[in-house]
Design a protein around this ligand. Structure first.
Ligand code: ATP
Ligand code: MG
Length: 215
């Protein structure tokens, strides 16, 4: 079993997330991709953060027609702040030792990862798929950054794959289709009562409208 674990605020989930996850599933032969909205994002408190229940409900609506995608409430069930290291441990325990885990994160998130709790363990618990993102650093910068924050473990390479030493796993840079869509853009448009069509799936657009989110 090969599982993708895609964490994020998902405030709200948009087609940039969904298309990137679909391409990861296809190219890395993932049997499942879990989309896991963070419960209390330690780095992102803010007035326009929808509640976890709403963000998870939107992820459920967004994945319902994709047999490989699953919405996960794991970060709510545990409560407290969401640390990726704990989430990866949860999936390792739930899916068992034979599962191959891939933590999926965008380039912007990875450039920040040294500020995350127990970040080295993230690279031991799962392979990492780094998604390209418009306006964000590309593969050479990402790999230099990783080599700088985990110096004796990863050595920068010109390839799109970094092998780790000891128990550290492989990091893949994945150039997904460039969709310059962000949740910030979706929230701004919702606030301005503008169309969200083609940025989020129709059921998510309806949910935002019916619940009056981000207004
Ligand atoms: P916000 O604008 O609120 O920061 P966001 O669009 O960045 O929202 P997040 O929930 O923060 O969405 O993102 C979750 C993960 O998905 C992050 O690792 C982020 O880098 C990645 N991601 C988000 N949008 C894209 C995109 N368009 N292309 C590739 N990766 C993306
Ligand atoms: Mg973001």
């Amino acid at each position: 079993m090969r599982a993708g674990l895609f964490g994020g605020t998902f405030n709200p989930v948009h087609t940039g997330h969904l298309r990137a996850a679909e391409e990861c599933a296809e190219i890395f032969s993932l049997d499942r991709v879990y989309l896991i909205p963070s419960y209390t994002p330690p780095h992102k408190p803010g007035p326009d953060l929808a509640g976890h229940a709403d963000r998870l409900a939107m992820v459920r609506l967004a994945v319902e027609d994709n047999p490989r995608f699953l919405a996960s409430g794991a970060e709510c069930a545990r409560g407290g702040p969401s640390y990726t290291r704990d989430t990866l441990l949860h999936f390792r325990n739930t899916l068992g030792p034979s599962a191959t885990l891939f933590f999926i994160a965008g380039a912007d998130a990875v450039m920040d990862i040294h500020t995350w709790r127990a970040y080295p363990e993230i690279f031991q618990l799962a392979h990492v798929l780094v998604l390209s993102r418009p306006g964000q650093p590309g593969c050479p910068e990402i790999f230099s950054h990783i080599a700088a924050i985990l110096p004796k473990i990863y050595t920068p390479s010109a390839a799109d794959t970094l092998e780790g030493k000891d128990s550290f796993r492989t990091i893949h840079f994945f150039p997904c289709t460039a969709l310059d869509i962000s949740a910030s853009l979706v929230r701004r448009l919702a606030r301005e009562k503008r169309s969200l069509r083609y940025l989020v799936v129709p059921k998510v657009a309806d949910y935002i409208c019916e619940k009056g989110l981000y207004t």
